[in-house]
Design a protein around this ligand. Structure first.
Ligand code: GLN
Length: 279
């Protein structure tokens, strides 16, 4: 069968399963199957694909048609123009998290700081910060052992293994060390809202990376309390937060003697990241 026909079969099936980006997804799954770039495939639509490859493609297709996120099937996701390995044990990096990274890089690019990334997942936040803040060092922690092993692979992939440590432990068990910057994209979805998330998210992404407890603020509060203890004087806490949580989060921050420096809005004009100092 030809590439053209296979893409068509794939996109028709995905369309019938209500996958919004059905053509693109079919193309990308075929490009993974053939281990060629999408561009290469699209410029060789007449190329023949053998039975074995077609079989593999159908396996990918069946996973996607059950709404498994494309990133998990492709085993990677681009974040800040770099590729990160991801799997079902790590949250898929999101564009709103890039907003946080953008803000922090402006401030810290040429500085030498020690960073802690709480709930590091794939390690994407810390790795990008260290890629561009070349004198800095960092520790990423996560309670998921499987996530930490992916983060370590990503550190190697981006040549950072000398400046970063990924540890399988809770941030609450960090003692005797202080940081200039603590960054976190904690789980912040209200438990009762999880059922309303899209199938791709609620059935596939790790529940413990999403679930922020009854008010969505369980982890945010804990990170704020702990940061008081392990931030250096004049240190910075940078948090990604959920839609509509800014008011509550800023109150918790100011009650805990943090000063809010920046509130970053997403493309829909919602405040999604807060940067605060402990002075
Ligand atoms: N730090 C990772 C990210 O931003 C994982 C966050 C999480 O698991 N809540 O993608």
């Amino acid at each position: 069968m030809k590439v053209f026909d296979i893409i068509k079969i794939g996109s028709n099936l995905l369309k019938s399963k209500k996958i919004p980006s059905y053509v693109l997804d079919s193309e990308l799954l075929l490009s993974k199957t053939l281990d060629k770039s999408r561009e290469e495939i699209l410029t060789n639509l007449d190329q023949k694909v053998d039975e074995k490859k077609f079989f593999l493609f159908k396996q990918y297709l069946s996973r996607r048609s059950k709404h498994e996120p494309l990133a998990y099937i492709l085993e990677e996701k681009e974040f800040w123009s770099k590729k990160f390995e991801v799997n079902k044990n790590t949250l898929i990096p999101r564009p709103e998290t890039e907003l946080l990274v953008n803000e922090l890089l402006e401030k810290y690019k040429s500085k030498k700081i020690e960073i802690l990334d709480v709930g590091t997942g794939s390690g994407c936040i810390l790795i990008i910060l260290l890629c561009f803040s070349k004198f800095s060092t960092g520790i990423g922690v996560d309670i998921s052992k499987n996530a930490i092993s992916i983060a370590k692979k990503n550190a190697f992939r981006h040549n950072l293994h000398n400046r970063v440590r990924f540890l399988n432990k809770s941030f609450e068990s960090i003692f005797g060390k202080k940081f200039d910057l603590i960054v976190s994209n904690p789980p912040y979805i209200e438990r009762k809202d999880i059922k309303n998330l899209s199938e791709d998210i609620k059935y596939f992404e790790p529940r413990k990376a999403l679930d922020g407890g009854n008010d969505g603020l369980d982890l945010i509060k804990k990170v704020i309390y702990k940061s008081k203890e392990i931030l250096k004087i004049n240190g910075t806490l940078a948090l990604e937060i959920g839609n509509g949580q800014f008011k509550k989060v800023s109150k918790i921050l100011t009650d805990n003697k943090f000063r809010i420096k920046r509130a970053i809005k997403d493309y829909k004009n919602n405040i999604r990241c807060v940067i605060a100092n402990n002075n």
